[in-house]
Design a protein around this ligand. Structure first.
Ligand code: HEC
Length: 211
């Protein structure tokens, strides 16, 4: 007969097994961390240079105000299309099942460009590093973590030069016409008052592998 004590032991054993099983499933594979960072660099390489080139051309030909539409319409569309292309490529080459690349910021312009708790913590940690070492150059390190079947890599986006400030700088640096348009499109915009070298946000690449 099952005494209550035995029953307790059985259920304690069962919960131990469940815990062990779950922690085994949630184990981080160092090779995947490495691969994820490689694929992140590859994905950014496919996406960012073309976007930057187009943005510069737009600003040159139509000014900052004309280029706002590019950032507002073209770049999310281009991002979506590239997302799909990169997934197809990684699927066949690296056994990737799910792939996504997006941008987040602590001071976002697009209302959707916000992180969850884990990614926001990483952004905040980078921001703290910059504050603590103000005046000295700081190399912010790419971060990767594993959770619930997904490897997530964050790469910092910093303001590389004065060019960005036409749309992301202080009131003196911003293009007034461009910013009027931006305000209309993004009434809750927070993405201003940046200086060269500041942390603007991050690329976030989230990947699920077949095995
Ligand atoms: C012509 C104006 C313009 C210029 C120049 C510009 N941006 Fe932006 N930026 C925008 C707009 C508009 C958005 C919102 C795009 C969207 O809806 O996804 C944006 C969004 C972003 C985001 C995504 C996060 C967020 O807050 O929505 C990042 C990161 C970013 N910009 C970085 C930069 C950097 C770095 C530069 C300089 C290399 C730059 N931008 C130059 C207008 C501009």
């Amino acid at each position: 007969m099952n005494k209550p004590g035995n029953l307790f032991k059985v259920s304690a054993m069962a919960s131990l097994f469940i815990t062990l099983f779950l922690s085994a499933c949630n184990k981080t594979d160092p090779e995947k961390i490495f691969l994820n960072e490689q694929l992140t660099s590859e994905a950014i390489g496919e996406l960012a240079p073309a976007m930057m080139k187009n943005l510069h051309e737009k600003v040159d030909s139509e000014g900052y105000a004309g280029a706002v539409t590019f950032c507002n319409i073209f770049s999310p569309k281009h991002g979506k299309q590239k997302n799909q292309e990169i997934l197809e490529k990684f699927k066949s080459t690296y056994g990737v099942e799910e792939f996504s690349i997006r941008r987040i910021s602590l001071k976002n312009r697009n209302p959707k460009a916000v992180g969850d708790n884990a990614t926001t913590d990483i952004l905040q940690n980078w921001e703290d590093q910059l504050t603590e070492n103000a005046g000295t150059p700081v190399d912010l390190k790419t971060k990767t973590y594993y959770s619930n079947g997904y490897y997530t890599t964050l790469k910092p986006i910093r303001i590389p030069g004065k060019f960005c400030q036409g749309c992301h700088g202080s009131i003196e640096e911003r293009d007034p016409m461009a910013y009027e348009k931006i305000r209309q499109l993004y009434p809750d915009d927070k993405a201003i008052d940046y200086n060269v070298g500041d942390l603007r946000g991050a690329f976030v690449v989230k990947i699920k592998y077949a095995k």
